[in-house]
Design a protein around this ligand. Sequence first.
Ligand code: WTA
Length: 657
Amino acid sequence: MTQSPGQGQALDNLLTESRTFPPSDEFAAQANAKPELYEEAKADREAFWAKQAERLHWDTKWSQVLDWSDAPFAKWFVGGKLNVAYNCVDRHVESGHGEQVAIHWEGEPGDSRAITYAELQREVSKAANALVSLGIGAEDRVAIYMPMVPEAIFAMLACARVGAMHSVVFGGFSAEALRTRIEDSSCKLVITTDGQYRRGNPAPLKPAVDEAVAGAPSVEKVIVVKRTDSEVAWTDKDVWWHELVDSQSDVHTPEAFDSEHPLFILYTSGTTGKPKGILHTSGGYLTQASYTHYNVFDLKPDTDVYWCTADIGWVTGHSYIVYGPLSNRVTQVVYEGTPNTPHEGRHWEIIQKYGVSIYYTAPTLIRTFMKWGADIPAKYDLSSLRVLGSVGEPINPEAWIWYRDNVGGGKAPIVDTWWQTETGAIMISPLPGVVSTKPGSAQRPLPGIGAKVVNDEGVEVPHGGGGYLVLDEPWPSMLRGIWGDDERYRDTYWSRFKDQGFYFAGDGAKYDNDGDLWLLGRVDDVMNVSGHRISTTEVESALVSHPTVAEAAVVGASDATTGQGIVAFVILRGGAGDEAGGAEAIKALRDHVAKEIGPIAKPRQIMVVPELPKTRSGKIMRRLLRDVAENRTVGDVTTLADSSVMDLISAGLQSGK
Ligand code: WTA
């Protein structure tokens, strides 16, 4: 397999990690998950999932659990009908929990709002009526480009309620990235805000929407939430949220949709420049989001306060802020801002303020907290925390132990959850109270899930061996395809192990001697920067779209804080002039990438080189560039068309060019 050197290092590190932390008797006794779940799922997988689907309210019961006859296009809970928003909101009001707080919203500048389930029902109903008044109905696409304000959640649920599909685009993406996503799925409506608070200051958001919409003729209307109260330009497509939504009736009768009714599209990076619109549907998705949230986080709806620090622009925000938690009648914290505004203890202050008991975050943030120092969390009362989660990238054992000791009081179980935008919900994770946890390992597939590590031939590797992670059984929240591109769906996920019928996840993994799984990072050209998936080609195309750049190659180099950092090698155009390689020009290139994709895709480093290392068939050998980017001796160059290229690159870099 093609393993990056970064993964090799991780492997060494992991082989020496042998600590385990068994659950306390006290935790095990009260845990939602019981050891029998594994047995139950193994005995009859479909019956197991049918039982999990009973967690939801179905207007019409399904007649078949799984239809896999048209693989790899799955149908789950065939014939069943439900309304996803009703399941996340109304049924909790109807069961007498209308006064329970659903969302403790905390704004970055310090404003806050507690929203009960009864209020959530009214807000979502008003928003649904507003959508209907604009002619938005079943299967229409709605783009949501918003910061973490309550209206973003109301908007998602309102779409679900009327059967429209939302396509949430992360607020940190550029106008151009927003435009291509709107265009790909022909969105009729965009919902946004005037601006957003970022690091203590209001920053404009609507101008990016104006720019995107000007080039996206499918958009008929733009709803604008007033958040920062900043001056905004106005077009005849624009309508204020407070004018349109607030005047609507707060009663809306939800309609039941087919279990396979599309729920949302979420774009994610693939190995080519064009992002993939990952399609999710209703019944199976909500079943697995709900089941995993309940068991993996051990949620007790009457007493827990849950906080997932993701942004709704990513799948974690979809499944573990909106659909999973709300379907389980959670009380949760939603925080608008950055973790160091106005100070580096902000998260701990929020945990103390609301008595947060379950905290779900990303390794990159844990490593940042480590850098800021253990004395910061030590100043706050974090004793309410009883379960900690991690997602987005492999968590190194050192960060895991720091998290346990300094945040979890040395006792809260840590669930390292592996999954993807495509899987819709958690697939691999220890169950707290059941499994003894191991720092750095996601451990085992959840009950009902099939995952394996296989070699190039698709044969499972023995304990102690490494290879590719595959999923060998369909699962309820699996993607139903890539929007508008069935062929790419088959190609990307199902062609690598076609004979075996395995889903290829794109991750490397290994088994330890106990058979527990350790994730080792991507094996394709997808980088993982602070838990965000960015493709090398996407950044390369952004770079070559700049007039001074002739060619570009991008690699992900290991980075102590962000997991990977983006390092770009560029060849300038003839006649670009000497100043094109200067510091100013490099800054301009970095800014250009931010404009094309978004600030998260800005290269950490750009090196100007005279040539790029290529094979005889013209493929860029990123492995060698990664060696340069990580300051290692350059590896085997024998397959290069011109083996002197690496000398040229090294000489150029040393002379400071
Ligand atoms: C990586 C995020 C190791 C992995 C939910 C995967 C992880 C990609 C973990 C999906 C984990 C996510 N351990 N690696 N616990 N969780 N990943 O689509 O490479 O944004 O393929 O979904 O993140 O990223 P995505």
